[in-house]
Ligand binder design. Structure first.
Ligand SMILES: *Cc1c(COP(=O)(O)O)cnc(C)c1O
Length: 386
C-alpha cells in the first residue's frame, strides 16, 4: 500500500499466475504448458526475422497473421482480432464488450482471471454455480426460460435461487445479464459442453455478447467458430499458448462478427498499437500454418491424458472427464492441500486452488509420458504408502 496509489489500484485483487520456478529436475505440471516444443517451422520463422528489420515497428494490423487465422476457420481477416496472449484479448473483451449496465455472468468455478478484469474495469458480475457434476448447466444461462415455460418447456425452479445465492442477497433475481463468458472446456475442471449447448446459450441471448473462451478446445471439445457467421453476438477466444505450445511467445486471438472486432480494435488502439512484435507475428503465423505438426502433438497429449486418467483412477482418485490438457482430480482419503504439498516435496508441481467446493482437487497438467509416470509413482506413495 502506497499513498501514491489511486483508489482503484488499492482495491485490486490481482491474478496470481502459477509458479515458474527455475529448479532443475522439477516435474512442472502446474500451468498447462504443452510438454513438447513448438513446430520447428515456428523456430525457423522467428530466426528468419531476427535481423535488422527489428528496428522497424511491426504491422499494427497484424494482417498476415490475421489472414492465416481467417483461412484456417474459413472466415475473413475482419473477423479476427489478435493480441498479446489471450489474457490481453480477454482484457479488451471485458473493457469493450462486457462492461455494460447489467452484470456479466460467468460460472462460479472458472478461469480466475475473469473476476480480476471485473475489478480492474469496474464491471459488476454474477457467479453462476456449476451443477453437482461440476458442469455448466445450460438452463442457468437462458434468460427466456421463464417465457419458454409458458409455452410448455419445463424450467427448474432452483435456477433463480442459485443465481441469487451466488450474487448475494442485495441483487435482484430478475436482473438480466449484460454479457456472458465461459471457457469451453471449462477451467480448472476440464469439462466440456457439447456445441449444441453452446449454441443454445448464444441463440437465447441475442442482445448481449456471449464469449466462449476456447483456450483448451483443441484437446477434445468442439469449437464454436463455425457459428460465427450465424450469430453476430458470438465471440470465440483462442490462444497459441496451450495446443500450439507457444506460451512464451504470447499470442491469442478472437473470432467474431466484424462489429465486435472493430470494438476490440478501438480499445486496443487506445492502449497499445503494437501488442505483437515482429518475432511473435512470424512465429504465430508459422504455427497456424503447420497443421500437421499441430495434429500430431495435440494427439500425443490426448493419449497421455487418457492414460494418466486411468492411472489416477486405479489409485482411487475421482477424475472429472477432461477435454483439456490437464485433469482435475481428488482422492476421497486425502486433502488436496496435503497431496499438493506431498508432491511438491517430491519435486512435482501441480496446481491447487484453496477455494470452496474445489479445495480437495488437484489440477494436473498432462506432461510427457515419463513425467506422468513419475507423478503416478509419487501419488501411489502418498495415497497407498509404498
Ligand atoms: C491459459 C488460459 C488463458 C490465457 O492464455 P494466454 O497464455 O494468455 O494466451 C485464457 N483462458 C483460459 C481459460 C486459460 O486457461
Amino acid at each position: 500500500m502506497s499513498r501514491f496509489w489511486n483508489k482503484l489500484v488499492a482495491t485490486l485483487d490481482p491474478y496470481v499466475p502459477g509458479e515458474q520456478p527455475r529448479i532443475q529436475n522439477l516435474v512442472k505440471l502446474n500451468t498447462n504448458e504443452h510438454p513438447y516444443g513448438p513446430s520447428p517451422k515456428v523456430l525457423a520463422a522467428i530466426a528468419a526475422h531476427t535481423n535488422d528489420s527489428l528496428r522497424l515497428y511491426p504491422d499494427p494490423t497484424a494482417l498476415v497473421l490475421r489472414q492465416a487465422i481467417a483461412k484456417r476457420f474459413a472466415l475473413t481477416p475482419d473477423h479476427v482480432f489478435v493480441g498479446n496472449g489471450s489474457d490481453e484479448v480477454l482484457g479488451h473483451v471485458f473493457h469493450a464488450l462486457l462492461k455494460q449496465d447489467a452484470p456479466v455472468w460467468f460460472p462460479d468455478i472458472t478461469y480466475s482471471f475473469y473476476p480480476v478484469y471485473c475489478g480492474l474495469y469496474q464491471i459488476k458480475f454474477r457467479a453462476i454455480p456449476l451443477d453437482q457434476h461440476f458442469k455448466i448447466a445450460v438452463k442457468d444461462y437462458l434468460p427466456d426460460s421463464v417465457a419458454l415455460s409458458a409455452s410448455g418447456v419445463t424450467v427448474s425452479v432452483d435456477r433463480a435461487a442459485a443465481g441469487a445465492l451466488a450474487a448475494g442477497p442485495s441483487s435482484s433475481v430478475a436482473e438480466r445479464a449484460g454479457g456472458i463468458i465461459f471457457p469451453n472446456p471449462n477451467a480448472p475442471t476440464g469439462c466440456a459442453n457439447p456445441l449444441a449447448e453452446v449454441e443454445q446459450i448464444v441463440a437465447a441471448n441475442p442482445d448481449i455478447v456471449v464469449v466462449v473462451d476456447e483456450a483448451y478446445v483443441d484437446f477434445g471439445a468442439q469449437t464454436a467458430a463455425a457459428l460465427i457467421e450465424k450469430y453476430p453476438n458470438l465471440l470465440v477466444v483462442h490462444t497459441l499458448s496451450k495446443s500450439r505450445s507457444l506460451a512464451g511467445l504470447r499470442v491469442g486471438y478472437a473470432l467474431g462478427h466484424p462489429d465486435l472486432i472493430q470494438g476490440l480494435d478501438r480499445v486496443k488502439n487506445s492502449f497499445n498499437s503494437y501488442p505483437l512484435d515482429n518475432l511473435a507475428l512470424a512465429g504465430a503465423t508459422a504455427a497456424i500454418e503447420d497443421e500437421a505438426y499441430f495434429e500430431t502433438s495435440r494427439n500425443a497429449v490426448i493419449r497421455t491424458r487418457d492414460a494418466l486418467t486411468a492411472g489416477l483412477q486405479n489409485l482411487g482418485f475421482e477424475v472429472l472427464p477432461s477435454a483439456a490438457n490437464f485433469v482435475f482430480a481428488r482422492h476421497p482419503g486425502h486433502k488436496g492441500a496435503d497431496l499438493a504439498a506431498g508432491l511438491r516435496a517430491k519435486n512435482i508441481l501441480v496446481r491447487h486452488f484453496n477455494k470452496p467446493r474445489i479445495s480437495d482437487f488437484l489440477r494436473i497438467t498432462v506432461g510427457t509420458d515419463q513425467q506422468c509416470a513419475q507423478l503416478l509413482t509419487a501419488c501411489r506413495e502418498l495415497v497407498v504408502g509404498q
